[in-house]
Design a protein around this ligand. Structure first.
Ligand code: HEC
Length: 185
């Protein structure tokens, strides 16, 4: 390879890296339809219950979620699993646009954090807590291609500890309060 060829290649490479580095900081307003806001299914009456778990316990868990866990997940996960005001500019450029929209649709179907806790993606809302712990333990979320564009989007060890401890405590505590209906014959 001649020096000139090598320089051209190097310049091209720098251009691409520079372009990506700038792109990921530029954002555009997100469509409100991407939010899919959902009512909290637990009514604010302590005597009611959700899937056999008293609402008083669910609301106490949601309060800790909003205070300690949500601020972490909001930054690292809500681009795909929740409601955000802005999305990266690159997410509007075809064909990336289609891929990102597919990802978001898929992500919200699997796991929707839009309305906070309970997430209500699974049939059993306590299974969501288990799944949340599992993806963090196995470093499966955020997805690798997203982390490539957003270098600091992975959870720090400290953040992981906070989220996982909350999920584990809440899963155990809520399971203990659950009153299952008698099995029908
Ligand atoms: C770039 C988009 C994106 C981001 C950011 C993202 N996710 Fe996901 N997530 C997905 C998609 C797509 C799926 C469904 C397909 C799959 O499981 O890979 C998913 C699935 C999940 C599931 C369901 C588990 C499963 O195996 O299907 C959980 C739990 C989850 N994500 C948690 C998180 C958490 C926690 C974060 C932040 C730390 C996060 N995700 C960040 C796109 C994303």
């Amino acid at each position: 390879m001649t020096t000139q060829n090598r320089n051209t290649l190097l310049n091209g490479f720098c251009l691409v890296v520079g372009f990506l580095a700038v792109m990921r900081f530029m954002t555009v307003p997100a469509n409100s339809t991407e939010g899919e806001l959902r009512e909290n299914p637990c009514p604010h009456t302590p005597s009611a219950s959700i899937q056999g778990v008293p609402c008083s316990a669910v609301l106490a868990a949601a309060e800790v979620y909003d205070r300690k866990v949500r601020p972490i997940l909001q930054v690292k996960c809500y681009d795909c699993h929740g409601v955000v005001a802005r999305l990266p500019l690159y997410s509007k450029i075809p064909p990336v646009k289609g891929m990102v929209e597919d990802d978001i649709r898929h992500a919200k179907k699997e796991f929707n954090m839009s309305a906070g806790f309970p997430f209500m993606a699974e049939k059993d809302f306590l299974d969501d807590l288990h799944e949340l712990r599992e993806v963090l333990e196995e470093d499966r979320m955020p997805p690798r291609n997203y982390k490539a564009m957003h270098w600091k989007s992975g959870l720090t060890t400290e953040e992981k500890k906070i989220v996982m401890a909350w999920a584990k405590n809440i899963e155990n505590a809520l399971k203990a309060t659950r009153v299952l209906p008698p099995a029908s014959e």
